[in-house]
Design a protein around this ligand. Structure first.
Ligand code: NOJ
Length: 842
């Protein structure tokens, strides 16, 4: 289990930052302690199980069979195996079932930038799947927000692979800690809905082809899947589309080579529903289960293929072991609740949902402290927009009726039917009752007679005008444009033309074009409410009235012009990812395009200061080994050989202080620039932490960089490589260069193997063995073209840890101070040193 209970209580107690005494009722979230096994044990059990199955039974298991669940793997009665139930969705138990919690959407939890909340949401979702006896949850969904119009952006975690990867990692951990198998989807490059199952040239039901290069694949799209595998994900769902001209579910390159060999994934690959196009070729290409199985391409259909030698029984065995290993891994063979989708599994999860619903709301604009409202002096509130109120909740089990009205989620298989929904209007009316406020509202936003009349109403002149707008989207359909639904812009402009304090609340699935009114000086505040789940009303009221200090941050850039994004949905069956790794803020940075709001942006009711940035190489220091980050990262990686890649190599510490008058949180974001050889964008997100601080409080924050974080995918060597040269670390509050608070460019990596030394003409002035106090230094103004032999203890032919001093000709004096040309250049800090392995990259 990832956390112990005490740690959780500690985390939760710091998670609330209220600006007055009112509080969101909640209690520490309880984690079920599920007995789990190691992958090796699970695989051994699955192997033993498979040996007792007939070839017919084994083939049968490679395709779904009918049942109550979205997908079902057939039972094997003589082995007491009752089958496996697969059910949507990433945001709760879906497919129209009742008595589930409709959790905040993926895009919304990502906006909290809080790993503890990522984990807690996933654990609560896991409890509900388990409570209904479902074995495999069809989530998390981690496709990147490459196209602002993509209909499923709301299910995923935004536009950045690192942020998406962190979300994916904690989702898998949280869910699987409850004994439920996570299914990382949709593998891979399913970044649009248009033409996802239709391609006139290659076949009636084949999807568009996402065409991309190797570097982009590794650094952007594969990254979150790698994080899921590192967390131990039991399953991966291959997608409808093609990848570089081959259908994803029969694509040897992406399934066998990238996923199973390179990432060492030991679970199963299931097809998205109907995404299997052929039988034997798919099984050979790496697909383990055809879902839902109605097409009859695998399952029994593989039997003749085994008999005629087109596929080996060994591969069938491998498929069965992969299907069953996660079941044994998570102890589903022992006391797992029996399947009953009608069970009420909701517990007290509304408390957590309210908390995360609030924590993911983002404050974008707040002129002259319009927000939070002061209920003692600000008594009149006019509310506008159909998005303030509810619309046919729960009538359509796929949420497709949600085109209008306040939104808690988007539509499609990702949608979860809520047991209730508190919309903003209801919550505001309750607030008015309890605190003696005067409210008027018009939610029919076509009724301009009523709207105009309300703007003349006595008492309300000079009051606050709250305009609710939205944008909905769904699986199966991309948005047609990036404007607010239902003439939302006209509504805002009409109100703002006459109301000097207009507050716009944007309830959107992903990016929206705000340009029609954002610079209007009467629009004094803008709140991005996202997709906050059924506690939307409670959450937005807590933000507006200051019961909770907003701390969410954008998980995508909001452009001024739609064409500024540089990517688009293709109507041509070929989706060319020609932007490469230059996506979202990386693209804006590279091309010097100023967006409306930067990735990572979000305001607070308080302000923060930053100081004392320090970078150090991670050794055995206690502060790192005891850090929460490290505890979280007790990895369940299925292959221990890859573990080192996820270990911290640098720690970055700094101090953050809440210098305002109210409690609040900030999300310091670590952006990294790479040496030139890596050919990376100007800066890349490689760390963050949401830090909660009382007014006046300071905290030391430690972020870590793993070897993976500082590596780039080298397409020639086909491996991750730490670039040689200077890295710059920025601590910022958004991807806007103007929001950079701290900078350190002392992180150098040099490699002492022959090739690199010659190529880079490295001048080495001093060398010291790691953890030694004795420096052996040399001075040279000449490039050293061969590994220097300074002391025979330095053996450059083995992997030897050393420190290299590169900032001049320095030596240590008796007081541990660096001296240079007779000048004291500072105390011994890591500023002047860097560590590496002598034969790294050989
Ligand atoms: C298709 C969707 O793409 C996928 O996300 C979902 O899990 C399956 N249908 C099952 O409903």
């Amino acid at each position: 289990m990832m956390y112990d209970y005490i740690v959780l209580i500690g985390i939760l107690s710091t998670c609330f930052s209220f600006t007055n005494s009112a509080s969101i009722p909640t209690q520490p979230y309880k984690i079920t302690n599920v007995v789990t096994r190691s992958w090796d044990e699970a695989i051994a059990l699955a192997k033993g199980f498979a040996t007792q199955m007939t070839l017919e039974e084994k083939c049968n298991m490679t395709a779904g069979v009918g049942g109550h669940c979205a997908g079902f793997v057939s039972p094997v009665p003589h082995l007491n195996f009752g089958g496996l139930c697969f059910q949507d969705s990433p945001s709760g138990v879906g497919d129209g079932v009742q008595f589930s919690t409709a959790f905040v959407a993926g895009i919304h939890i990502a906006a909290t930038w809080d790993r503890d909340l990522f984990y807690q949401r996933a654990a609560a979702i896991g409890q509900e799947f388990r409570g209904k006896g479902v074995h495999f949850a069809l989530g998390p969904m981690m496709n990147i927000d490459r196209n602002a119009l993509h209909g499923r952006n709301w299910e995923g975690f935004g536009a950045d692979p690192y942020l998406s990867g962190e979300n994916s990692y904690y989702y898998v951990k949280g869910l699987q800690d409850q004994g439920v198998v996570a299914t990382a989807k949709h593998y891979i490059c399913n970044e649009q809905e248009s033409n996802r199952t239709y391609h006139p040239k290659t076949g009636p039901s084949q999807g568009y082809s996402a065409n991309l290069d190797d570097k982009t694949m590794h650094e952007i799209y594969l990254w979150p899947f790698a994080a899921s595998v590192a967390a131990g994900a039991g399953s991966v769902m291959c997608s409808y589309n093609q990848v570089n001209g081959t259908q994803a579910c029969q694509n040897n390159k992406i399934l066998n080579e990238l996923l199973k060999d390179e990432l060492q994934f030991q679970g199963n690959v299931m097809s998205d529903w109907g995404a299997t196009k052929v039988g034997v070729e798919s099984a050979l290409g790496g697909l383990d289960i055809e879902m839902p199985g109605r097409d009859g391409l695998m399952g029994y259909a593989l039997l003749p293929a085994v008999k005629n030698g087109s596929i080996t029984e060994a591969r069938i065995n491998d498929m069965i072991i992969r299907i069953l290993a996660p079941y044994f891994l998570l102890g589903q063979d022992q006391d797992y609740p029996s399947l009953n989708l009608n069970n009420d599994a909701t517990r007290d999860h509304y408390l957590l949902n309210r908390h995360i619903g609030t924590a993911g709301i983002i404050l974008l604009k707040n002129i002259d402290n319009t927000l939070p409202f002061n209920m003692n002096t600000e008594k009149f509130y006019s509310i506008y927009g159909s998005a303030a109120s509810r619309y046919n909740d729960g009538v359509d089990p796929h949420g497709l009726d949600g085109l209008d009205g306040a939104l808690y989620q988007g539509g499609g298989s990702g949608y979860v039917r809520p047991t209730y929904f508190i919309d903003p209007l209801t919550a505001l009316l309750t607030k008015a009752r309890d605190f003696h406020l005067q409210i008027q509202y018009v939610v029919d936003q076509d009724d301009y007679v009523a709207i105009n009349y309300s703007l003349e109403n006595s008492g309300f002149l000079g009051g606050k005008c709250l305009v609710f707008i939205n944008a909905w989207s769904s699986e199966g359909r991309d948005r047609h444009n990036l404007f607010a639904y239902h003439n939302g812009d006209k509504l805002v402009n009409t109100i703002a033309a006459r109301c000097a304090s207009t507050i716009v609340i944007v309830n959107s699935v992903s990016q929206l074009n705000l340009e029609a009114w954002i610079e209007n000086s009467n629009v004094t505040a803008v709140v991005w409410s996202g997709l906050p789940g059924p506690e939307y009303g409670s959450a937005i009221v807590d933000i507006l009235f200051g019961n909770y200090n907003p701390g969410g941050k954008l998980v995508f850039t909001i452009a001024k012009n739609d064409s500024d994004y540089g990517t688009n949905i293709t109507e041509t069956y070929n989706s060319n990812y020609t932007e490469g790794v230059f996506l979202d803020y990386r693209h804006f940075d590279k091309n010097n395009i100023i967006p409306r709001y930067y990735f990572g942006y979000g305001l607070s009711y308080t302000t923060f200061s930053f100081s004392a940035l320090m970078i150090s190489k991670v050794g055995q220091e206690n502060h790192i080994s005891q850090s929460l980050y490290r505890q979280r990262r007790v990895s369940s990686y299925s292959n221990k050989a890859l573990l080192r890649f996820y270990e911290s190599v640098y720690s970055i510490t700094f101090t953050i202080t809440n210098i305002g008058n109210v409690d609040g949180s900030e999300v310091p974001q670590l952006y990294l620039s790479f040496p030139e050889e890596a050919a990376e964008p100007p800066k890349i997100l490689r760390g963050f932490e949401r830090v909660y601080l009382e007014a006046g409080e300071s905290k030391t924050v430690t972020l870590v960089l793993t070897e993976r974080d500082i590596s780039y995918w080298n397409t020639v060597n086909q491996k991750w490589i730490i670039a040689s040269g200077k890295y710059t670390v920025w601590i910022a509050t958004s991807a806007n260069n103007a929001d950079i608070k701290l900078e350190d460019d002392s992180l150098y990596t040099y490699f002492i193997d022959n090739q690199r030394t010659i190529n880079h003409q490295l001048v080495i002035f001093g060398l010291r063995e790691l953890n030694s106090t004795e420096t052996k230094y040399i001075c040279s103004n000449q490039p050293i073209t061969d590994p220097p032999i300074i002391d025979k203890r330095f053996d450059f032919t083995s992997n030897y840890k050393i420190l290299i001093y590169t900032s001049g000709c320095y030596y240590l004096d008796a007081n541990n101070h660096w001296q240079s040309n007779g000048l004291v250049v500072g105390p011994l800090t890591n500023h002047y040193q860097t560590q590496c392995y002598s034969n790294q990259l050989k």
